[in-house]
Design a protein. Structure first.
Ligand code: ATP
Ligand code: MG
Length: 554
């Protein structure tokens, strides 16, 4: 497939194709406009892939613009993490990072222009009164008693607002549009409010801050954005977007297009809810591997390529829907199946003693790092005492159990065939040690008499094993749509994290954080970037080998 044929196709790209063909635009300029009030999540990845992807494919440009008009909720940590996450996903913005706050002076001047034109007024209704005057979807609103204040007086009042002479909530600047509009956002919306808040970019320069609807369209126009892409909840606001740009003196006129948000089952996506999970300690930070933040996914072992592929597979439409988790998991599984080196780890160890293997002997066996790709080989030590998975042994079993059973033979992956002879148990009846014999003619081949092993199991040499904490993650919520619950924290899955004390083969001491391995027969795992060290290994399960959701999802 050529590069062009491999591109995503969607209604927004069709619009751009038309605009370029008709000469309406001769280039494409998009922007990704996060508010720095939290970490980016997988939903943002959809918007990032759309905006930056378009810029890439059309040789256009995409700005990273912080939509930073709510200083109380914002933080420089978020500004930094967002830049890091965009870069990690493989994108880069055009020129310098932009901030809406860069335009506060201009925005202020545009607000005065609206006042001068009789299109904005300072309103002293309090919150309750304003709500009452606004009306409802079925009832038109009423004009504010301050609506007809003369222009000069409004100007003076707005300047007083700026000078800090009014308290928070005492007054606001409102656009004068239409209190009977069927679009609520057109009923004389607030465009400036008083906030005595320190801003991470502008410090204490301002005590009035512009609202999103006023700021966004003007920022787009200032930056020469051609296609302003946002999610469907802003559909009605497009009227206000256009109204503002039509009523101020500004040159470029961008157009807003809406697409549906990404919703994923068994998770929450809003930063406000994610923030609650973090601040109330339901998870261990924004980069907890159970969080579907970019930082969480990354720490869990997701690759940037798998997230970009996911965004491509879900596509961009105007249809609201809920994507199932296996969609996302298939993307990382496909990537890691092809690209993750193999290794052996035992999550629930029991001992195997090979009684006919010499006591002090150690063999350095070599094992391929990948079954099909050329990733070289590694050394795996083999000795008389090994660990295997508790669930891979049974004293007795029917034919379906293709693992170790007393009197039967299995192959140890990359090593010999062994036969179980007897076992020891603890006082609770749990098997602790299995005594076996091995056939020294079976290294890498089946015996000549035609005997076949029942199956293949993984193992780690006991003397060489490295202890490791292994973190198994499950869905964070017990219901598909936690956001629909009255209290989404009431439906958290208490078993979203299960910790195992396992053992891993010695080569894994050098496992790099975030780079996943396939632990044979177990799934994909990566060393934890926060807690793992060569002395105390910690692995995160990125994803299992197969889709287990169908079973447990019900
Ligand atoms: P949240 O509710 O998570 O805080 P937001 O829309 O308030 O989301 P912003 O920081 O304003 O977050 O979002 C930046 C950009 O990312 C916006 O253009 C927004 O439309 C887009 N975006 C946010 N969430 C999603 C999502 N779930 N799917 C697709 N795009 C999204
Ligand atoms: Mg927002």
């Amino acid at each position: 497939m050529s590069e062009a044929e491999n591109r995503p196709s969607n209604f927004i790209r069709h619009i751009i194709d038309e605009d370029l063909k008709s000469g309406k635009h001769d280039t494409v300029h998009t922007r990704f406009p996060p508010e720095p009030n939290g970490y980016l999540h997988i939903g943002h990845a959809k918007s990032i892939c759309l905006n930056f992807g378009i810029a890439q494919d059309y040789q256009g440009a995409c700005n990273l613009r912080f939509d930073d008009t709510n200083p109380e909720k914002e933080d420089i940590d978020y500004v930094n993490s967002i830049q890091q996450d965009v870069k990690w996903l493989g994108f880069d913005w055009d020129g310098e990072v932009c901030y809406s706050s860069n335009y506060f002076d201009l925005l202020y001047a545009y607000a005065e222009e609206l006042i001068q034109k009789g299109l904005a007024f300072v309103c002293f209704l309090n919150a309750d009164e304003a709500r009452e005057y606004r009306g409802t979807l079925s009832q038109p609103g009423k004009n504010s008693p301050y609506r007809d204040t003369p222009v000069e007086e409004n100007l003076a009042l707005f300047r007083k607002m700026r000078a800090g002479e009014f308290k928070e909530g005492e007054c606001s600047l409102r656009a004068k549009i239409d209190m009977s509009s069927s679009f609520m956002c057109m009923r004389d919306p607030v465009i400036y409010r008083v906030r005595f808040a320190h801003h991470h970019q502008t410090g204490d320069k301002w005590c009035i801050y512009p609202m999103y609807d006023f700021t966004h369209c003007i920022s787009d126009a200032i930056e020469g954005i051609t296609h302003s892409l946002c999610t469907l909840e802003f559909q009605d606001n497009r009227r206000l977007y256009d109204w503002v740009l039509e009523n101020i003196t500004i040159e470029t006129v961008p157009h807003q297009y809406e697409f549906s948000r990404l919703n994923l089952e068994y998770t929450v996506m809003s930063k406000r809810k994610l923030n609650t999970l973090v601040t109330d300690g339901h998870v261990n930070g924004w980069n907890d591997p159970r969080m579907l933040t970019i930082a969480g996914l990354r720490r869990r072992g997701y690759t940037a390529a798998s997230i970009v592929e996911f965004c491509k597979r879900i596509g961009v439409t105007k249809m609201e829907n809920m994507v199932e988790m296996p969609m996302l998991e298939a993307c990382i599984r496909d990537d890691l199946n092809a690209n993750a080196p193999r290794a052996m780890a035992v999550l629930d160890p029991i001992k195997v003693v090979i009684e006919n293997y010499p006591e002090d002997k150690v063999e350095q066996l070599s094992a391929p790092n990948h079954p099909s790709e050329d990733m070289g080989e590694r050394i795996v030590p083999f000795s008389r005492e090994l660990y295997i998975e508790a669930e891979d042994f049974r004293e007795e079993a029917n034919k379906k159990f293709k693992r170790l059973v007393i009197g039967k033979e299995v192959r140890l992956r990359n090593a010999y065939m062994i036969k179980a002879e007897r076992c020891d148990k603890d006082e609770n009846g749990n098997v602790t040690t299995v005594y076996c014999t091995y056939d020294d003619t079976t290294l890498g081949k089946n015996p000549e008499d035609g005997r076949k092993p029942k199956g293949v199991i993984h193992w780690v040499s006991a003397e060489h094993a490295k202890p490791a904490e292994i973190r198994l993650y499950d869905r964070l919520f017990t219901v598909a749509n936690p956001a629909a619950e009255e209290d989404f924290t009431a439906v958290l899955n208490p078993e979203s994290l299960v910790v195992k004390q396992g053992v891993v083969e010695p080569s894994l001491v050098k496992a790099e954080a975030e780079h996943a391995y396939q632990f044979e027969r177990q799934g994909y795992f990566c060393a934890d970037s926060v807690d793992s060290s060569p002395e105390a290994l910690v692995f995160n399960r990125t994803v299992g080998l197969r889709d287990t959701w169908a079973k447990i999802g019900g």
